[in-house]
Design a protein around this ligand. Structure first.
Ligand code: PEP
Ligand code: MG
Length: 756
């Protein structure tokens, strides 16, 4: 047997890919154990089932088609125990399932062994015999050894998309795939695949006789595209002008010297317009693609999109709008903002793009429209999914193609539960946010786009607790000027006046950089970010502060929040700049009041300097997103360590207690504005700590208010004290969920956890 193991291990390690490795395992195992069939099943957690991946002895056409739902069959016993199941006659076992597709009625003996990678079962290998037969210990040990051989290959193939590609190649595309969560929400609908209108790469070289005529043709095409884009911008009516600024960037590209000027120069050199355009677009796109900065790399796709549109106009191709399904999930290799703008608003349900990131224009636009999106879904079988049913989970960045009934049911249930919960909670909207013993805990919203304002106003929130100012900077091709910024801030402050509005100064760096201000660093989250940049460039900082102060004229509801504070000097310098700017602006204009100044507590050093900070600022806002990443040394955007990122980690909770205690001791208000502030489970703990207020996305407001209504402060204090004795994040979530359940808030505890 040892020899057999050596040989198989050698063969498996030389296999070209996972599919052939599994093929080798099932056939060699079958031979070595003299069995009638050997199969490998994948544990497909998103689809809550086991999926047949390879077989020798059963019908190979069933690969990718046979699924056994979790909780069913002997395979689920292997999964839940994480141990082998060895039965002389499986037919008599209560969990035995007679799968007709695998002719299981004919088989008796059963040996199933889990395939375990890093303590998690990723698959199950099953050996079957028609006759009754007890597999020997040595045979069981052999199978365990084989399972270990393929464990890491399966785990890797799951993360790098190889499994998806394998099934796509077989035409079995009932798959779930992961990308980057773009805009939140869940959409069920029908895929509509959109392709670029024209292929620039297919344009041949060609000379011309009449340069002037060719120039006229080119300029006419450019004009045509300009009219289209102006039309798209109008078409998205309802979306504030500010949020449509990216179309202005397109128009700028058309009017600037760059694309048009370079193309004209090529035409003058004797090239026909299409090839001149092709070379110009390539040149520009390559220059952007070569850039380190992810935001700038994204701009290459805008340039190609624009190039294709000009080409269509050059070819005078009239494109008919495709028949968009009622609930369109727009799918493509590279969905551009203009492709999205072409879909009628009432038909667009979701967006899936193979390329792109959460910073793509299309992601920002989808967010503004409230359309769930998932981007960067590598190896997505675009060519095979046209008109397929699809589920887009914009919370988790997952896409389900032709979802199986379990997945569909679960998502429909989730969507319905969310709707019902929202309807049930609507009655809370106009009630104050007070605990059961009548202690007020104001709830504020987090905003970032002008289009967030309407829903924010309707949410029953008592103001804005965090307005992120990055978007207007990201969607332009230069720093917005003072007046441009003032107009944006004015709308935000007016929307809630006289209620408080907390506007955070520019927090670029980390994963957010500006196209016109590239920052290249090996370790951006520990680098030049937030206040560090703005203090190094007081010219940007002062313009923003001037715009904020002038925007607050006669309103008096502005608070300024400083991000990424790690030293006392940063606060001193920022406060001095704000004070100086205030004096200048107030001397020029009447009605300007001194703003309240607060700081984000999101860098661990701030926890230990709270007393000193409290003498310098008016309020604290805890950024639990960054605080968690910096305390746990886990990049908040790195999927590889996503399992380690947990705001309920006991160390984070103890840090929060220390921050809240210090703030209270110093009589300074403290709130939470990170994602944690919108998680009902975590809110129960924060309430018990004595948090003064919370700021969250609009959709979380009713749920959080419900939690606050249900508990008295002393109940919450008792619960928080218990939580602080717990040792793992899992134990914390379980305990808090039990408390919600015991108080009739089980729906909140379950929501978001029961999704497959
Ligand atoms: C945070 O870090 O928790 C926070 C609210 O800020 P951002 O997510 O914008 O970094
Ligand atoms: Mg932060």
């Amino acid at each position: 047997m040892l020899d057999a193991i050596r040989r198989i291990v050698q063969e498996v390690s030389e296999a070209a890919n996972l599919e052939s490795a599994l093929g080798i395992v099932v056939s060699r195992v079958r031979q070595a154990l003299n069995a009638d069939a050997c199969s490998v099943f994948l544990v497909d957690r998103p689809a809550a089932s086991h999926l047949l991946m390879a077989t020798d002895g059963h019908d190979p056409a069933m690969v990718g088609r046979v699924r056994v739902a979790f909780g069913h069959g002997l395979i689920s016993v292997v999964l839940s125990r994480g141990e082998p199941v060895n039965l002389e006659d499986a037919q008599g076992h209560p969990s035995h399932l007679c799968l007709a597709e695998l002719n299981e009625a004919e088989f008796h003996a059963y040996l199933g062994v889990p395939i375990i990678h890093r303590r998690e079962v990723v698959g199950v290998v099953v050996v079957r015999q028609r006759a009754r037969r007890a597999f020997a210990d040595t045979e069981e040990a052999f199978l365990i050894t084989m399972a270990a051989q393929v464990a890491s290959a399966i785990a890797h193939a799951q993360t790098n998309g190889e499994i998806d590609a394998m099934f796509a190649a077989r035409g079995v595309i009932e798959r779930s795939m992961s990308g980057v969560a773009g805009a939140p929400g869940i959409a069920l609908g029908t895929a509509m695949v959109v392709y670029p209108a024209a292929d620039l790469d297919a344009i041949p070289d060609r000379g011309i006789d009449d340069v002037e005529a060719e120039i006229a043709v080119f300029l006419r095409a450019v004009e045509c595209v300009r009219t289209d884009i102006e039309g798209f911008s109008r078409h998205l009516d309802g979306l504030p002008q500010e949020d449509k600024a990216l179309f202005d960037a397109y128009l700028m590209m058309l009017s600037g010297e760059g694309i048009v000027g370079r193309s004209l120069a090529r035409i003058r050199e004797g090239s026909w317009a299409s090839a001149a355009l092709r070379d110009t677009i390539r040149e520009h796109a390559r220059a952007f693609e070569a850039m380190e900065d992810p935001y700038l790399r994204e701009r290459a796709s805008d340039i190609r999109d624009l190039g294709r549109r000009i080409l269509v106009a050059l070819q005078s191709g009239t494109r008919r709008a495709p028949p968009y399904p009622e609930r369109t999930i727009l799918v493509g290799e590279e969905i551009s903002a203009t492709m999205l703008a072409e879909v009628p608003r009432d038909r667009l349900a979701g967006v899936v793009s193979v390329r792109g990131s959460s910073l793509s224009h299309v992601a920002i636009l989808a967010h503004a429209l409230g359309v769930p999106s998932v981007l960067g879904v590598e190896d997505f079988p675009v060519a095979r999914v046209d008109y397929c049913e699809m589920v887009v989970d914009g919370y988790r960045g997952r896409v389900f193609i032709s979802p199986n009934p379990t997945v569909k049911r679960e998502y429909l249930r989730l969507a319905r539960e969310e709707e019902e919960l929202a309807a049930g909670l609507a009655t809370l909207k106009d009630l104050p946010s007070v605990t059961a013993d009548n202690v007020s805990v104001p709830l504020y919203v987090n905003t970032g786009l002008i289009s967030d304002l309407v829903s924010a106003q309707q949410s029953g929130a008592q103001g804005i607790g965090l307005h992120r100012t990055e978007f207007p900077f990201m969607i332009r091709d230069r720093f917005p000027g003072e007046e441009e910024q003032r107009l944006v801030y004015r709308q935000i402050l007016e929307a809630f006046a006289p209620q408080p509005v907390v506007i955070r100064t520019l927090d670029i760096g980390g994963d957010k950089s500006l196209p016109y201000f590239p920052i290249q660093e090996d370790n951006p989250f520990l680098g030049w970010r937030g206040i560090r940049i703005t203090l190094d460039h007081p010219e940007f900082f002062v313009v923003q502060i001037r715009a904020l102060l002038r925007a607050s004229c006669n309103l008096g509801n502005l608070s300024i929040l400083l991000p990424m504070i790690s030293t006392l000097e940063e606060v001193d310098e920022a406060c001095a700049l704000i004070e100086r700017t205030y004096e200048q602006v107030a001397a020029d204009e009447k009605g300007i009041m001194r703003p309240r100044i607060g700081m984000m507590v999101e860098v661990p050093s701030a926890i230990f300097l709270m007393d000193e900070f409290a003498r310098r600022v008016d309020f604290f806002s805890i950024g639990t997103n960054d605080l968690t990443q910096y305390l746990l040394a886990v990049d908040r955007n790195n999927p590889r360590v996503a399992g380690l990122y947990n705001a309920l980690h006991p160390a984070v909770l103890r840090a929060l207690k220390s921050i809240v205690d210090s703030a209270r001791r110093n009589r300074k208000p403290v709130s939470v504005c990170g994602e944690m502030g919108g998680d009902p489970v975590a809110v129960l703990f924060l309430l018990g700590l004595g948090i003064d207020s919370l700021s969250m996305s609009v959709s979380s407001i009713p749920r959080v208010k419900w939690v606050i209504h249900r508990f008295t402060t002393s109940q919450a204090q008792f619960i928080a004290a218990q939580v602080l004795t717990l040792q793992t994040a899992t134990a914390v979530r379980e305990y808090l969920s039990e408390q919600l359940e015991a108080n009739g808030l089980g729906a909140l505890a379950r929501l978001g956890r029961s999704v497959p």
